[in-house]
Write a protein that binds this ligand. Structure first.
Ligand code: FES
Ligand code: FES
Length: 176
């Protein structure tokens, strides 16, 4: 066992982990963070996606010891006080998914918006290529993101996505 410390959703946390324990299990079983889900356990489905220093990673493929002194953000971290603008857009466009795939999709798109505040449809599709859902169509999701990031139609939201401080969809994720 090794004691590691890292920032989880803007809070300093310490936890004892085995050398071969993956981040997904530590988050869910030891730290009580349940939004990352276990789907395939081999990096294929995206249900376990979290942000590692602002970059979307599969937490089923990351050893917990690797995140020492890094920042991990989950859906709990981007919506602690209120839903993010991105989440609100999902609701507005009926783009919400089930609890299994939605957290990973939200975080994958959050990473995209950190890098590209006004993404093209192709960039949106590419950002979600590793987040699988076989139940619903992806069109409402694409519509929600496009609407959120269109300057002329959603000036406030677009302004927000350019500032980590103001936009709850863009949490305090250092490394960007
Ligand atoms: S559970 Fe990690 S990618 Fe599927
Ligand atoms: S897996 Fe979540 S809605 Fe399809």
């Amino acid at each position: 066992m090794k004691e590691i410390s890292f920032v989880l959703n803007n809070e300093e946390r310490s936890v004892s982990v085995e050398a071969n324990e993956v981040l997904l299990d530590v988050l869910r079983e030891k730290l009580g963070v349940k939004s990352p889900k276990c789907g395939c356990e081999r990096g294929d489905c995206g249900a376990c996606t979290v942000l590692l220093d602002g970059k979307a990673v599969r937490s089923c493929l990351v050893l917990a010891i690797e995140v020492e002194n890094h920042r991990i953000t989950t859906v709990e971290g981007i919506s602690a006080e209120k839903l993010s603008a991105l989440q609100e857009a999902f609701i507005q466009f009926n783009a919400f998914q089930c609890g299994y795939c939605a957290p990973g999709i939200i975080l994958a798109v959050t990473e995209l918006l950190l890098q590209h505040p006004h993404p093209s449809l192709e960039q949106i599709k590419e950002s979600m290529a590793g987040n699988l859902c076989r139940c619903t169509g992806y069109s409402p999701i694409f519509d929600a993101i496009m609407a959120l990031t269109k300057v002329e139609q959603h000036a406030d939201a677009a302004e927000n996505v350019t500032s980590q401080d103001q936009h709850p969809a863009l949490p305090n994720v250092e490394g960007k």
